[in-house]
Design a binder for this molecule. Sequence first.
Ligand code: PRT
Ligand code: ZN
Length: 283
Amino acid sequence: MKTLKIAIQKSGRLNEKSVELLKNCGLSFDNYKSSLISGVSNFPLEILFLRDDDIPEYVQDGIADLGIVGENVIQETEVAVSYLQRLGFGKCSLKIAIPNSYHLQHVNELSGKSIATTYPVILGKFLKEQGVEADIRTISGSVEISPGLGLSDAICDLVSTGGTLKSNGLKPFCDVMSSEAVLIGRPGSENEELVQELIQRVQSVLRAKETKYVVLNVHKENLKSIIALLPGVKSPSVVSLAEEGWVAVHTVIPESDFWDRISQLKQAGAQGIVVMPIEKIIL
Ligand code: PRT
Ligand code: ZN
């Protein structure tokens, strides 16, 4: 059987979460910072540790079967890879930002202005779509200091908290794209079965992350209204308690509206609510 290869970032913002995801998939491997490749002992898989910029091409060219990388890098490198799964981490937006002293209202007003970026391909497409003719200045890093140095009027860079823009006297002007880490693959991979097995493991970990396991006690007279509030994978399990008239309800609740649901449950008579993380959900 062929050994699959997955490329992940060697160091940087996506490394830790990528390693954590693979470990949560039950894969056992050493994560030595010095090595470029690591074998997985309990799955036919090798992990390649690379610079994120190289990952899309490695996958496109078949050097790796799979990769974990930000959408921004995929779009910028313009490679032919398929998105297999959005991973929910590394979230950020590519934004055009302008100095605080500028009072621009509409994207059109960027015409004739210079914009420094490390994303000339994505920015070029965006400006074309908007019908804006601006001067794109491609630089290799520290984009945020370029207006201050007089190198450009505006910048186009990734933003997550907005702190970098703020501390450089810049403000967001418009969104170019939003991005998160994605699992990518190559259409028609020779080892489709193993790829599918890995995707299923990844999806079961992601599903589990989106939900919490909840156990609560309720008097039988309130059980109906509690059940009406619960989604569950199917229906909740109801277990009798030693105390007459009381039951324990076991269920899963989506992380997204968790606190709202808990307060509704309390109002409906739930007591002794215990919340636990879920490791995997296999459908
Ligand atoms: O060495 P290698 O080439 O592998 O890494 P890198 O330095 O190119 O990338 P790295 O590790 O910085 O980022 C990897 C990926 O993380 C990016 O491609 C994005 O998909 C994602 N990501 C998420 C971010 C950010 N958030 C982010 N905030 N990448 C970069 N930033 C930078 C941004 O460029 C700016 O300098 O953080 C600064 C802004 O952050 P805030 O929080 O101040 O807004
Ligand atoms: Zn990079």
